[in-house]
Each structure stands twice: as structure tokens, then as C-alpha cells.
Design a protein around this ligand. Structure first.
Ligand SMILES: Nc1nc2c(c(=O)[nH]1)N[C@H]1C(S)=C(S)[C@@H](COP(=O)(O)O)O[C@H]1N2
Ligand SMILES: [Mo]
Length: 303
């Protein structure tokens, strides 16, 4: 039997977490309700890595979320403006039951799993994050995928009043991503609604975001409001911006360099000044589970 990460979390982290929960409960002046609403549990999963996760501090203070600015600390600074309740996700296209779904419909408490995954950014840094969420496959089964659907398209919220980065044309908003249907149905692919035992922090993509651990981080789109099942490969935001540098597949691959930097190694966030770099693994170390999805494909062409 595998232990949940929270069972083995060092004491200090628990103290920090208790402090954190205590403060937010006090701020709401509804201690019982607030602490209940703020604790999430996910069943441990054999798909989790045994590597120790980064701290909550690291995971929530070093982010990419261009809707709040391009600096790594901008999301932590500005994302609190985002309204995440109420929230709904429009699911449409080639599905049997299109409609507007609440986060609780898609990821009910009793279905939540803990998935501790490596996250490898295309910028050559990496973290280990204990997500809480549900397999994307479970959501797609709920809505009923029609046989003509071959890809899944995702869209982030468009709300420039609350997302200051969207007031500038850094990217073509709203942020969009896509997966091939077999990638979307793969057991490693999740929709995450929390991390550690907290509902998803806003800077990490509250209230619901995609996590695809064998692909570069930009595929893991945040704050999703739309999911469409489609017949043709959708255009993703980063490929649209610069297709010579960012592709549709974006599988982590140490043998295919970014035109402007090597992908052979990456910086480990939280390892300290001298913690240094480690070697990047094919498919971010998930090759045993996902390599067969790409059998016969030239991954230097389909980057
Ligand atoms: N909507 C949206 N999703 C996004 C991004 C973004 O800028 N906007 N950045 C991506 C990138 S480049 C990475 S590395 C991950 C970072 O996730 P994290 O901040 O939770 O670690 O989110 C991805 N999802
Ligand atoms: Mo990234």
C-alpha cells in the first residue's frame, strides 16, 4: 500500500500548512466551513513518482501564466484578482452530451486522485508537483466522445479585466492547447483541481487545469473554460506564435533541441544554488508508459 504524500510530509511543511489554513479561515471568519472547503484529498496512485515534491512555496511562486505577466513571480503577485467561483467548463463539438459543466461535475471529491508528477518546462527547468485531480479520460467518458472525434481542444478563460497580461498582445488570447485523442485518453493525463491538499492556487491555473507530464509544460493549459472534441488537429497558442520553435506534440525530448537552447539537461527548481542540473529524460521519464503512442513517428519532425 502506497502512502499519500501528506502522510509522509515533513513536520515543518505541516506547520507551514496549518499556519496557512489558519490565516485564511480567520480571514473568512468561518473557521469550520473554510477549513473544510480548503482541504482536498486524493487517493494515492501507482502513477505517482516517488521523487520528493517541491515545496508549496516553490510551486506557487515560480510560475508561467502569461495572462498575469511574463515574470516568474507575476502570477503569484496578480492572480488573486481572478474570480474562480462560479466557474463552468463548456464541453462541445463531437460529443454526445455537450453542455456547461461545473468543476464538481467533472472532478467530484470522491473521484480525486493524487498524482505526483515531474513538470518539465520547455525553458529547461523542472519541478515535482503533487497534483490532485481526475483522469481526463473520465471526463471524456462522461460527455461521450463521438467516433469522428480525433483531437481535443482546450481554451483558457478570456477576461482581460482580471488578467492584466491579456491587455497586451503577448500571445493571441485566449490561450489554446490541444491533444490527440489517444494522448487525452492516456491514464497519465489529468484535469487537476488542486495541489498538495489545497484547491488549485490561482497562479497554478484555478480552478481546473490540464496536466500532461510527458510533454513540455506549455501543453498543460490553465484555468480551462472550454473543451471541444474535433476532427482536425487544433492550432495551439505557442505553435501559432512561433511554429519553428514550438510544435503541436511538444513531447519532452533531450535529443531535439530548441532552436535557441539545448534540451539535454534542465535546472532543478529548489535544488539550491549548487544543486545544479540533471539530465532530461525522453518523455520526461514516462517513456515506458507513452512511447508506444508515437511508434513510427519521426519525433524530430513532429516536435
Ligand atoms: N493559460 C495558460 N496556461 C499555461 C501557461 C500560460 O501562460 N497560460 N503557461 C504554461 C507553461 S509554459 C508552463 S511551464 C506551465 C506552468 O505551470 P505551473 O505554473 O503550475 O508550474 O503552465 C502552462 N500553462
Ligand atoms: Mo513552460
Amino acid at each position: 500500500m502506497k502512502l499519500n504524500w501528506s502522510d509522509v510530509t515533513p513536520h515543518r511543511m505541516y506547520l507551514d500548512r496549518r499556519k496557512f489554513i489558519g490565516v485564511s479561515a480567520a480571514a473568512l471568519a468561518l473557521p469550520a466551513l473554510a477549513s473544510r472547503a480548503q482541504a482536498l484529498t486524493g487517493r494515492p496512485s501507482p502513477l505517482s513518482t516517488d521523487q520528493p515534491p517541491n515545496t508549496f512555496e516553490e510551486i506557487t511562486n515560480y510560475n508561467n501564466f502569461y495572462e498575469f505577466g511574463t515574470g516568474k513571480e507575476d502570477p503569484a503577485r496578480y492572480a488573486d484578482q481572478l474570480t474562480v467561483d462560479p466557474w463552468s467548463v463548456e464541453i462541445g463539438g463531437l460529443v454526445d452530451r455537450p453542455g456547461s459543466y461545473g468543476v464538481e461535475d467533472l472532478a467530484p471529491d470522491n473521484a480525486l486522485e493524487e498524482r505526483i508528477y515531474r513538470l518539465r518546462c520547455v525553458e529547461a527547468w523542472s519541478m515535482v508537483i503533487p497534483w490532485i485531480g481526475v483522469p481526463l479520460a473520465s471526463v471524456l467518458q462522461k460527455v461521450g466522445v463521438q467516433p469522428s472525434a480525433k483531437y481535443v481542444e482546450f481554451e483558457t478563460l478570456l477576461r482581460p479585466e482580471e488578467m492584466p497580461g491579456q491587455q497586451r498582445a503577448i500571445l493571441d488570447w485566449p490561450y489554446r492547447e490541444g491533444l490527440r485523442l489517444d494522448e487525452a485518453m492516456h491514464p497519465l493525463t489529468i484535469l487537476a483541481t488542486g495541489l498538495y491538499d489545497q484547491p488549485m492556487p490561482k497562479q497554478n491555473g484555478a480552478p481546473i487545469r490540464l496536466v500532461v507530464p510527458w510533454k513540455y509544460g506549455f501543453k498543460s493549459i490553465k484555468s480551462i473554460v472550454r473543451i471541444n472534441l474535433v476532427a482536425d488537429q487544433p492550432l495551439n497558442t505557442w505553435k501559432q506564435l512561433q511554429s519553428s520553435e514550438y510544435g503541436f506534440y511538444a513531447n519532452v525530448n533531450p535529443q531535439v533541441d530548441h532552436p535557441r537552447w539545448s534540451q539535454a539537461t534542465h535546472r532543478v527548481i529548489g535544488a539550491g544554488l549548487f544543486g545544479g542540473r540533471e539530465e532530461t529524460q525522453m518523455f520526461n521519464g514516462y517513456g515506458d508508459q507513452v512511447a508506444s503512442l508515437y511508434a513510427g513517428m519521426d519525433l524530430a519532425v513532429n516536435y
